[in-house]
Design a protein around this ligand. Structure first.
Ligand SMILES: [Fe+2]
Length: 418
């Protein structure tokens, strides 16, 4: 059973990669010739993207940055792809920090789980497409993750490889654009690339989730919320009161998005919150933690764990049987052995990373860093496939080459009572 599933995973992904490579440089350009995602017109925002503030099975949030005069009276009209049951919602309009631009946000609600939808802005003829997440994971489901992106040709190439996997969504684990809390132009550059590339093979926009990293914040660490103006402008629908949050997908997946000391200290309130958040989700098939600074670094010294997540969080991950932890910040590819209590343990937790969507460093080797099972110096994105209670993880280079494939096990039934 295992071998068949794994072969199927490899086969599917290799086929999509082959198509991506055959398409060549076209991947880095507009993908509108497919017909469903048209070329921008003069009033089509070039940085529009989708995200979630709450239930991904029944809502979708549309956001873009632009001049108020272009969209002041616009409403979003949306409908299932196969019917003309149109509904509409007026976007909220707020200042986009440090510019004279506005952030437009519209949450589409009352959607059907696992549904295919389309929407338009005002009278603009451009039609965008998306899908809602299913309520139950009756079929396999994939998403991509990575971190430390920026605005450069490598980021664009990894975007293209990510999109070609047809993921249901992407989660970026901090250091999104490298705006450093000061450069609106940098964040807008990242969003333009994301808008251009992160469209699946059926023309659907791929929603983006994110957690905060040091390059979102003036000074990197111990900042105020106001020191990360672009991150919170874009993502405060989910991070409404705190810089950490959970998002639950139907009855099958929970993402736990953490702040490794950039705005909120790791210890104290966030750790208390994490303990409860994980306890509340203990019975779910897939609990995935996403944070920026790694507990098990691949580049930085092994005792450099940021502001103490190995001390404060790892014991909670282990006690509550987190399934996998996605880490970033070190700009490498890495996979740890399953770890428990600081030792390799077959029932332990695998930490995947280490943030090289668009940034790169030379990692330590598994020989010199025993908790590492694999490491490499390659720009990459991780593809995760959930199938029942099984998880498959594939690391893909910007060229499309497969760097690594692994599985993570179901959580042991002998969970430690909390
Ligand atoms: Fe970082």
């Amino acid at each position: 059973m295992f071998a068949v599933d794994r072969r199927s995973f490899l086969g599917t992904s290799v086929r999509s990669l082959a198509a991506a490579l055959a398409a060549g440089p076209q991947l880095l350009g507009h993908r509108s010739s497919a017909g469903t995602h048209d070329h921008p017109t003069t009033t089509s925002p070039d940085n529009l993207f989708l995200t979630w503030q709450r239930d991904p099975t029944t809502t979708m949030t549309v956001q873009w940055v632009g001049h108020n005069t272009s969209y002041a009276e616009s409403v979003i009209s949306f409908a299932p792809t196969t019917t003309a049951a149109w509904a509409s919602v007026k976007p909220t309009v707020r200042p986009f920090p440090l510019t004279d631009l506005k952030l437009f946000r519209a949450e589409l609600t009352g959607l059907t789980p696992g549904g295919e939808y389309r929407f338009q802005i005002g009278h603009n003829p451009t039609t965008y497409h998306f899908r809602t997440m299913p309520a139950k994971a009756t079929d396999s489901l994939t998403f991509v993750s990575g971190g430390d992106c920026g605005v450069n040709p490598h980021t664009a190439a990894v975007n293209a490889i990510a999109a070609r996997q047809d993921p249901w969504f992407a989660v970026i684990g901090g250091d999104i654009a490298y705006d450093n809390g000061t450069s609106a132009a940098t964040m807008l550059g990242f969003l333009r690339n994301y808008h251009q590339h992160m469209v699946d093979s059926k023309g659907r926009l791929i929603p983006m989730l994110a957690c905060i990293g040091n390059h979102e914040v003036v000074g990197g660490y111990n900042g105020l919320r106001s020191n990360a103006p672009f991150f919170f402008a874009l993502f405060d629908g989910l991070f409404r009161d705190t810089s950490y949050a959970t998002l639950d997908f139907g009855d099958y997946l929970s993402l736990v998005l953490l702040d490794t000391g950039h705005v909120s200290p790791i210890g104290g309130e966030q750790t208390d919150w994490l303990d409860k958040a994980l306890r509340d989700r203990a019975g779910r098939p897939h609990v995935v933690v996403v944070n920026h600074v790694p507990a098990y670094p691949s580049y930085r010294p092994s005792d450099d764990t940021g502001s103490g997540n190995r001390e404060h969080w790892v014991p909670l991950f282990e006690r509550h049987e987190v399934d996998v932890v996605l880490e970033h910040h070190d700009h490498t590819f890495k996979r740890t052995h399953p770890m428990r209590g600081g030792h390799i343990d077959r029932d332990g937790i695998v930490y995947l990373g280490d943030g090289s969507w668009g940034q790169l460093r030379a990692p330590n080797s598994p020989e010199s860093r025993p908790y590492l099972a694999a490491s490499g110096q390659s720009y990459h994105v991780s593809l995760h496939r959930l199938e029942g209670e099984q998880r498959y993880h594939m690391a893909l280079e910007e060229s499309g080459r497969i760097v690594d494939v692994c599985t993570t096990h179901k959580r042991p039934r002998h969970r430690i009572p909390s």
